[in-house]
Design a protein around this ligand. Sequence first.
Ligand code: NAD
Ligand code: UGA
Length: 466
Amino acid sequence: MKIKTICCIGAGYVGGPTMSIIAQKCPHIKITVVDVNASRIAAWNDNNLNRLPIFEPELNDVVKEVRGRNLFFSTDVGKAIDEADMIFISVNTPTKTYGKGKGMAADLKYIELCARQIAKVAKQNKIVVEKSTLPVRTASAIKSILDNTGNGVQFQILSNPEFLAEGTAVQNLLKPDRVLIGGDTSTNEGEVAIQALVEIYSNWVPKKQILTTNVWSSELSKLTANAFLAQRVSSINAMSEICEKTGADIKEVSKAIGMDSRIGSKFLNASVGFGGSCFQKDILNLVYIARSYGLNEVADYWEQVVIMNEHQKNRFSDNIVSTLYNTVSGKKITFLGWAFKKDTNDTRESAAIKVADNLLNEQARISVYDPKVPKEKVYTDLDYLNTRSSSENKSLLTVNKDPYEACKNSHAISILTEWDEFKSYDWEGIYKNMQKPAFIFDGRGLLNKGELEKIGFIYYNIGTGN
Ligand code: NAD
Ligand code: UGA
């Protein structure tokens, strides 16, 4: 079966970049990305590519090449579904904020809405692809909705989880470690659907890197991959606390263990804590699934990864308070970075938010600079916590467009995101304009301790005893 038209529901951090690359590599396929958020679609269609809704290195060039050729962005969800041979569901699956499973389970209401809309609109057979990250066995719920409310149309459900990381999305999509496709391997129709998607990826991904499995393995592999990755960060962060007590250096420990090929060197950077929209949500979801099967030891094991991450964020802000003579009340503290990692404008679950909230509780005044995060986003992130009123947040925290202004007169600088540009700042100039003693709390191990200490800074790094 040859796919000629694709619809992708959800024009977010996954839908946008993923479909841009498929469009680039498959000029023979017409792809329409749809979203209910009209302003997001308008931004994807903006002639000024610097105003695309997400910042992702190299993405602008790809969009420039394919948009209007075989990639289209639209709010007409029904039309795009109707025209498509294959429909990717790439909507958000946040943690539930209400009812049973509140704070743990994935909220599948957006997924269900998509399934119902597909069922309503579809007049010909369709392949529906789960691109969103979903609890294991979600495909059966989607299938049940499609089969019972549809127009007698045949649907095949595939699971094709996305493994891209923000900030490197384009390269991850161009050269994926693997592509995973789960489908109904027990029927001929299922196999045909799987092969249709395999064929799309085969346009640029070597066949041996395209794995096909049953649907449940595919759904669970995605949650497992994120759980393992997040666990590595929590594991190295746990060791960072021991380093600080014992005089060991976490960078030396990371290097030493990473050279063991069974452990590997990637993803061993101690930090102020992992952020991003997925690690926490996916682990909590895994914990919820385990508990719902009565697997309490399994659930407790994975939950500890999230508990450790909360601890890491809290101990980072606690250290700032205790080092600044046990009070930050009225003191200016500068945050360099607000995004959850470099090279993205995404701030979801960024460690900076929690650290700021803790310090604001101590009546600190915070000044934020981030090269890609707009001012309004910083305030929305804080207001969302509901810790204090929006006007209090505005009076206690300012957002600066200029990093040097942000640092002026501050008692301490805190590095929350590992943006490369921070390394080449005029640190001597910054030091001159700060209160003394001038402190740096480097939550990313980004800066050069020796050089900063030579200038006069008192420098604290995660995982290095002072
Ligand atoms: P996102 O919030 O950036 O985008 C989702 C979009 O879906 C939003 O623009 C929203 O308006 C739209 N939407 C929701 N319901 C809709 C509906 N019924 N019809 C049309 N549009 C609808 O989310 P994201 O970061 O792209 O993540 C999407 C999924 O991919 C999640 O399940 C996530 O776990 C998974 N994922 C994300 C990443 C990542 O790096 N962000 C990586 C891999 C997997
Ligand atoms: C992560 C996974 O890496 C992707 O494979 C997955 O597709 C994605 O989640 C998802 O499902 O959403 P992402 O969250 O975009 O990608 O970025 P990562 O590079 O994984 O970083 C996550 C967080 O961990 C960041 O806050 C980062 O700073 C932190 N981190 C990462 C560390 O603190 N130390 C490390 O060594 C690595």
